[in-house]
Design a protein around this ligand. Structure first.
Ligand SMILES: CC(C)(COP(=O)(O)OP(=O)(O)OC[C@H]1O[C@@H](n2cnc3c(N)ncnc32)[C@H](O)[C@@H]1OP(=O)(O)O)[C@@H](O)C(=O)NCCC(=O)NCCS
Length: 141
């Protein structure tokens, strides 16, 4: 594997959004380009690409709110699955969060998305029973 994990730059955004569309991470109520701009404005070094040359073959968007670190938009290209790209992205996001003093990393997974929960089981994440609640402040669409 000749993959580099590095910050995802604005020039990579179209590739990242195309990947997210391919793997089903884009939701109708989220504008992915705006998600990228917002994340880059706060934590540019936590928005990561797995790059093979000029090709973006994976992404993860991490953030730190001063209490917990969060992971979003973990994806690897369908034709590059099982190469360890997802694991490498999560490991680098965790490394960067820990370097910021972040004590715990978490992510949201839909309760019925058992395959992704099993994936994170394999990465030593512990399932939690906390329920989430939220309110949209800025509609994207
Ligand atoms: C989840 C995803 C990023 C995994 O990417 P990947 O690059 O194939 O993952 P890796 O190759 O790093 O696999 C890491 C480990 O998890 C294991 N694994 C992969 N998928 C798994 C699954 N569905 N269930 C259990 N274990 C799984 C692998 O065997 C590997 O273990 P190993 O290192 O001991 O061999 C990829 O499947 C994806 O993009 N899915 C669609 C988007 C998505 O649902 N993202 C999560 C949003 S919360």
């Amino acid at each position: 594997m000749t993959i580099t994990i590095r910050p995802l730059h604005a020039a990579d955004d179209d590739q990242a959004v195309a990947l997210w569309n391919t793997v089903g991470l884009v939701k109708p109520w989220n504008d992915p380009h705006r998600d990228l701009s917002r994340a880059r404005a706060v934590w540019p070094d936590l928005l990561l690409a797995a790059a093979d040359g000029d090709e973006v073959v994976g992404t993860v968007m991490a953030g730190y709110d001063g209490h917990r670190g969060w992971l979003y938009y973990l994806a690897s290209a369908p034709h590059r699955r099982g190469e360890g790209i997802g694991r490498a992205l999560v490991a680098e996001a965790e490394r960067r969060l820990e370097a910021l003093g972040c004590p715990k990393v978490m992510l949201m997974v839909r309760a019925d998305n058992e395959p992704v929960l099993e994936y994170y089981d394999a990465l030593d994440y512990q399932r939690e029973t906390t329920r989430l609640t939220g309110r949209r402040l800025i509609p994207d669409v």
